[in-house]
Design a protein around this ligand. Structure first.
Ligand code: HPA
Length: 277
């Protein structure tokens, strides 16, 4: 058994000792969405601090806890606060929560984030359904001894963001009359924002949105056979696309402004996903 898996089992035991709940969908909340967890029918809460060996986020404004409950009739586990690579954690730490949510029973991983656009057709406040990703600017979370209990050594990544889930999200957005972009997410390490030429590079590589999370979580989930989907809130245009400098305040402001619509889209999508699984 690998060390990473041993640690995961310990975290799982901690969860089992405290919580009696089996989620079907795991939802990771990005910037601006934190209070979504308070709007669902909550059954239980588990602070990251109360899980032995669990990496605890240091980003201000990110709560650190799992919230268990129901979106419609769908049992969910929500990560209120994720762990970022730029905080100094190893990739093993960063994806431990994702792996733990799979162990809890979740078969679907719904990822959300705030990200910068590198696509000139997008504007701040848009939503982008992630259809594929580029993650090579950060280490793969699968580096190291492979844990066969989790998945294969050489894991297929041809359809990380499942077409059937994308179709559900597309339908939910259309019925709610929420415009939805679709594109490729690029993860860079952060924590600094990109330079104008890095933004240009992302565009040339085929990216549409750039951020500092998500892609590594999606790889770990896909490795374990979870079905993954994701939506980015485009909080800003990438550096150099406007003549304004970029700030964390601008990211937060936009994410907060469109959060009500984002929440509607997430709820409707999860209710529909629940009917499919
Ligand atoms: N770049 C990287 N990450 C981000 C951005 C950005 O422009 N906006 C929000 N997260």
């Amino acid at each position: 058994m690998t060390k990473a898996y041993e640690r995961l089992l310990k975290c799982y035991q901690c969860f089992k000792d405290k919580i009696n709940f089996k989620p079907e969908v795991a939802l990771v909340l990005g910037s601006g969405l934190g209070d979504y967890a308070d709007t669902i029918r909550v059954e239980a809460v588990l602070d990251y601090h109360d899980i032995e060996g669990f990496p605890v986020s240091t980003v201000s404004g990110h709560k650190g806890r799992f919230v268990f409950g129901y979106v419609g009739d769908v049992p969910v586990v929500i990560m209120q606060g994720r762990v970022h690579y730029y905080e100094g954690y190893s990739m093993e730490d960063v994806v431990l929560p994702t792996r733990l949510m799979k162990m809890m029973g979740a078969r679907v991983l719904f990822l959300t984030n705030a990200s910068g656009s590198v696509n000139y057709d997008y504007k701040a406040g848009d939503f982008m359904m992630i259809t594929d990703q580029i993650s090579n600017f950060v280490p793969s979370p699968l580096i190291g001894p492979n844990e066969e209990m989790l998945g294969e050594r050489f894991s297929d990544m041809s359809e990380i963001y499942r077409k059937d889930l994308c179709e559900i999200i597309r339908g939910a957005a259309a019925d709610l009359q929420i415009p939805l972009q679709e594109g490729t997410y690029i993860q860079l390490s952060g924590p600094n924002f990109e330079t104008p030429h890095e933004v240009k590079m992302c565009r040339i590589l085929g990216g549409d949105a750039v951020g500092m999370s998500t892609a590594c979580e999606a790889i770990a989930a896909n490795h374990m056979g979870m079905k993954v989907c994701g939506i980015s809130c485009i909080s800003n245009l990438g550096c150099g696309m406007t003549d304004q400098p970029l700030s964390a305040e601008e990211v937060k402001e936009t994410a907060d402004r469109v959060a009500p619509l984002f929440k509607q889209l997430i709820t409707e999508s999860i209710v529909r996903i629940g009917k499919m699984i």
